[in-house]
Ligand binder design. Structure first.
Ligand code: SF4
Length: 387
C-alpha cells in the first residue's frame, strides 16, 4: 500500500529496533512484492497464544487440546535423525496398537478435540508402519466424520497412498528433502531423493489434502537441498507448503548443527514465494529462538508468506504497517497445523488493524495506554466490587 521504503517501515516497529535486518534483502523483497497476485495475496494469518486482546471465550485458552498429536510407536524411532533423535515424538499421546488408537481417539473427541495429528517413528526405510491401523482409522472416520485426521506419511508408494486415502485420512504431511547428502548423512537413510519425489507424487494423486514440509537448514544448519525440494513441490502442486527452520537443540555433540543464517533463510522465503505463486506458504512454529527468530519472522512477513505460527513481538505490527490484511488466531502450534491444513481457504481468526495491535503490544509490555506506567491494582479490585 504505502510507497515508502520497507526497511524504514521495519525500523519504526519498536520491537525490531535493535534487530539487524539486511537492507538489500528487504529492497529485493519490496521490489518483488508488486508481482504477488492471486487469492490471499497480501493477507497474512498469525497463530499466537500471546495476543491477549483476542482470548475470547469462543476460543478458550490456547486450544492445545483441539489437535492432539498421537504417535503409533510412542517415543520409538529407528532412524534417529541427527536433528531430532526422536525427541519430537516424546510428548505425544502413545497409541501402540489399533485398540489403543480407537480408545485415544474416543477420549480426545470426548475432550473436545477437532482432529488429531497422527504420526510415529520410522523404520529404517523412513516408513511409518501404519498397515495395522488403517481399518481403525476408517472406523474412527465412519463414526466421527467431522473429526479430522492429518497424517505424517513419511515415504510411501502408490498402494500405501491409496490405503491412506481409503481409510479416510483428510491431510497428508511429509518432509521433502532435496539433497542426497542430507538423506544419507542427517537421516542415516539408504533411500534416494527420487523416493521423496515419488512419495509426493503418489500422495497428490489421491483426494487427500497434501501439505509437505521443507525443513530449512536441515544439512547441519546449512541450506543445501532446499531449492531442489522447492522444485519437487512445484512439479506436484500440493495444497500448501509449510516451511520450518531446523532447531539444532537435539543434535549430538559430534555432529553439531549451526544456527541457520537468518538472511539466507529470508532469501529462501523469497525464492519459495517466487517459485510457488498463489500457493499458501506457512511458517511452522519450529525455528531457532532469539534474535534469529525475530529476523526470520520479519523476513517471512516481508517475503509474503501467508501464515506464521507463534510470531515474535513486532511481527504482527510489521505486517499491519506494511498494509497487509492481518488475521489473528490465539492458538498453540498444534492448532496451527490443524487449522491451516484443514481450512486453507483463509477462514477463521479475527481481523485486526494497526491500532488494535499497538494497543495489545502496549498492554503486554505492562502499560494500559498510559505509556509504560505500571498498573498496580486490577481494574476489578479498584472498582470496589461491593466490599
Ligand atoms: S524419522 Fe522423524 S521422528 Fe524419527 S528421528 Fe527422524 S525426524 Fe525424528
Amino acid at each position: 500500500m504505502s510507497m515508502s521504503d520497507w526497511y524504514e517501515i521495519a525500523r519504526r516497529v519498536e520491537s525490531l529496533e535493535d534487530v539487524p535486518l539486511e537492507r538489500g534483502l528487504i529492497a529485493d523483497l519490496q521490489a518483488a512484492h508488486a508481482a504477488q497476485t492471486g487469492p490471499g495475496a497480501g493477507a497474512i494469518h498469525f497463530y499466537t497464544p500471546t495476543f491477549k486482546s483476542f482470548q475470547t471465550s469462543e476460543i478458550s485458552g490456547c486450544g492445545k487440546n483441539a489437535w492432539p498429536a498421537v504417535s503409533i510407536t510412542a517415543g520409538d524411532c529407528k532412524l534417529q535423525c541427527d536433528h531430532c533423535k526422536a525427541k519430537i515424538l516424546e510428548p505425544m499421546i502413545p497409541a501402540r496398537t489399533p485398540e489403543d488408537l480407537w480408545r485415544v481417539a474416543n477420549e480426545v473427541i470426548a475432550e473436545g478435540a477437532r482432529g488429531m495429528l497422527l504420526t510415529g517413528g520410522s523404520n529404517h526405510r523412513n516408513e511409518v508402519e501404519y498397515g495395522p491401523y488403517y481399518s481403525t482409522i476408517r472406523r474412527i472416520k465412519d463414526e466421527f466424520p467431522d473429526f479430522r485426521i492429518a497424517l505424517h506419511t513419511a515415504l510411501v508408494d502408490d498402494d500405501i497412498a491409496r490405503c491412506m486415502e481409503q481409510s479416510g485420512i483428510d491431510a497428508a504431511m511429509m518432509d521433502v528433502i532435496g539433497a542426497q547428502e542430507t538423506v544419507t548423512q542427517v537421516y542415516h537413510l539408504r533411500r534416494r531423493v527420487e523416493d521423496f519425489e515419488r512419495s509426493l507424487e503418489a500422495l497428490v494423486a489421491t483426494r487427500m489434502k497434501v501439505v509437505p514440509h521443507i525443513v530449512v537448514g536441515l544439512h547441519y544448519g546449512r541450506l543445501l537441498g532446499e531449492w531442489e525440494a522447492l522444485a519437487m513441490v512445484r512439479r506436484h502442486r500440493p495444497a500448501a507448503l509449510v516451511l520450518v527452520v531446523v532447531m539444532p537443540f537435539y543434535a549430538p555433540a559430534k555432529r553439531p548443527f549451526a544456527t541457520p543464517d537468518a538472511g539466507a533463510v529470508g532469501r529462501f522465503f523469497f525464492d519459495a514465494r517466487t517459485a510457488l505463486p498463489g500457493l499458501p506458504l506457512l511458517l511452522g512454529c519450529a525455528r531457532p529462538p532469539g534474535t534469529t527468530k525475530v529476523q526470520i519472522d520479519a523476513y517471512a512477513v516481508l517475503a509474503g508468506l501467508n501464515g506464521i505460527a507463534h510470531p515474535s513481538d513486532g511481527t504482527v505490527e510489521l505486517a499491519a504497517r506494511l498494509g497487509r490484511r492481518v488475521r489473528v488466531t490465539p492458538a498453540c502450534c498444534s492448532i496451527v497445523v490443524g487449522d491451516e491444513v484443514m481450512a486453507l481457504d483463509g477462514a477463521g481468526g479475527v481481523e485486526v488493524d494497526l491500532e488494535t495491535i499497538l494497543a495489545d503490544e502496549r498492554a503486554r509490555r505492562g502499560g494500559t495506554g498510559l505509556g509504560r506506567i505500571p498498573v498496580v491494582s486490577e481494574p476489578a479490585t479498584a472498582a470496589g466490587g461491593g466490599r
